[in-house]
Design a protein around this ligand. Structure first.
Ligand SMILES: NC(=O)c1ccc[n+]([C@@H]2O[C@H](COP(=O)([O-])OP(=O)(O)OC[C@H]3O[C@@H](n4cnc5c(N)ncnc54)[C@H](OP(=O)(O)O)[C@@H]3O)[C@@H](O)[C@H]2O)c1
Length: 374
């Protein structure tokens, strides 16, 4: 058991202790570093009846023991009469014994849970089981943090579709390439490294066929010092299969979304319905990715693809890398092409903005508020 914290006095009436240990469970959960997909990231802590930490654990990846099972195993008999902290509602049935059963069997007196599990196989059943067994069960401590931590999982379980992040790198005057189409590299090495980190945490990356034609990206995750960087599924929207076989993205672990059947080397070609302008319909594509257990999709452009995703209200979060340079030119593209909105009141607004310095650049992030001013 790593990093055992010293025991703290334990009473049911001190909310600061619940905040402390729930936060610790969240920190444990994050140690999985998104490798649990399609499962959520979960951490659990067991205190004995005197409030001393006697067990902790986190879910490492799908198929491995759940966090509660690990913390209970570490605690052994010392769990009797104690308290368990966990950032997600314990499962109730899809495992034998379920985590709720294991908690009951261990004789815990109290369970503190940050958020309900949105998975329809749980959704309150774990809590109901604990309460029916007479366990004092508290829900909602650090709920916002817990929801954020597992935002990919929550979106997928509630909608059947992946959480969609849209990422672009632009000059200060809002250009993602020069008028001749050159875009390498607008931003600094620090920003590009951060971009690889984004690829690492997402299950899939998507680009438009024009970006592949111009930039010939590999769309792989390259992170120094991370031996086993996760390689996301590569997705290219290419209605008419215009891609060249020699493109670096054509290979295993690539899905080419088209509006007609065909073959493209070792890549998988999947036919989707067409929009009225003959392009790949994005909502059926997201449904299919969701069915495949893809919790998160990183859309990397170009401007035509970003415009489609944004105008259809399909983006959840924006990552804008802004370089301190000026490119200029009417012909140079901006992050969102398409026709755009006519009136300012129709503009898509971002909330929960954040800004970080990355070398000489700024990274601005925000969540998309789909509710527009009326
Ligand atoms: N700085 C950055 O962050 C960044 C990132 C990426 C790209 N770029 C630059 O952006 C430029 C390419 O952007 P682009 O706007 O020309 O092309 P794009 O967005 O990469 O690709 C657009 C093409 O994708 C296909 N597509 C299929 N379904 C679609 C749908 N539902 N919605 C939209 N497109 C769909 C269409 O071609 P079909 O109809 O033939 O299928 C469409 O013309 C390049 O210069 C590249 O270097 C910059």
């Amino acid at each position: 058991m790593a990093d055992i914290l010293p025991g703290l006095p334990h009473t049911d009436t001190d909310p600061s202790l619940d905040l402390h240990w729930s936060a610790h469970a969240l920190e444990l959960a994050l140690q999985a570093d998104y490798a649990t997909s399609p499962n959520p990231m979960v951490g659990a802590v067991v205190l004995d009846s005197s409030g001393t930490l006697v067990g902790e654990g986190f879910h490492h990846r799908a198929g491995d023991p759940h966090a509660e099972q690990q913390a209970l195993t570490a605690a052994g008999d010392r769990a009797l009469g104690g308290t368990l902290y966990v950032n997600l509602e314990p499962c109730a049935s899809h495992r034998s014994p379920s985590c709720a059963d294991a908690i009951i069997d261990a004789g815990l007196r109290r369970v503190v849970i940050s958020m309900l599990d949105p998975d329809q196989r749980v959704r309150g059943a774990g809590i109901a089981k604990l309460r029916a067994a007479g366990i004092d069960t508290v829900v909602g401590i650090h709920e916002e943090r817990a929801l954020r931590l597992n935002e990919f999982y929550v979106k997928h379980r509630l909608t059947g579709r992946p959480f969609v992040s849209a990422k672009f790198a632009m000059s200060l005057d809002g250009k993602i390439a020069t008028r001749s189409g050159e875009s390498r590299w607008i931003t600094s090495e620090e920003s590009r490294l951060h971009g690889h980190r984004l690829r690492h945490i997402h299950d899939a990356i998507l680009v438009g066929v024009n970006t592949v034609m111009v930039d010939d990206p590999q769309l792989t995750t390259r992170l120094e010092g991370v031996a086993a960087a996760r390689q996301p599924l590569r997705v290219v929207v290419d209605s008419q299969l215009r891609l060249r076989m020699s493109a670096r993205v054509v290979g295993p672990n690539t899905l080419i979304a088209a509006t007609r059947a065909g073959r493209m080397g070792a890549a998988e070609v999947v036919k989707f319905p067409a929009t009225t302008d003959g392009r790949v319909a994005l909502q059926p594509l997201l449904d299919e990715l969701g069915r495949r257990g893809i919790l998160s999709l990183l859309v990397e452009g170009g401007s035509t693809v970003h415009a489609s995703f944004v105008s259809e209200g399909l983006v959840d979060k924006i990552y804008a890398y802004v370089a301190p340079s000026l490119i200029g030119g009417r012909e140079a593209p901006s992050p969102l092409g398409g026709t755009g909105v006519e009136h300012l009141a129709e503009a898509v607004r971002l909330r929960e903005l954040d800004a970080t310095r990355l070398g000489a650049d700024l990274l601005i992030t925000g969540y998309v508020d789909v509710h527009r001013d009326s």
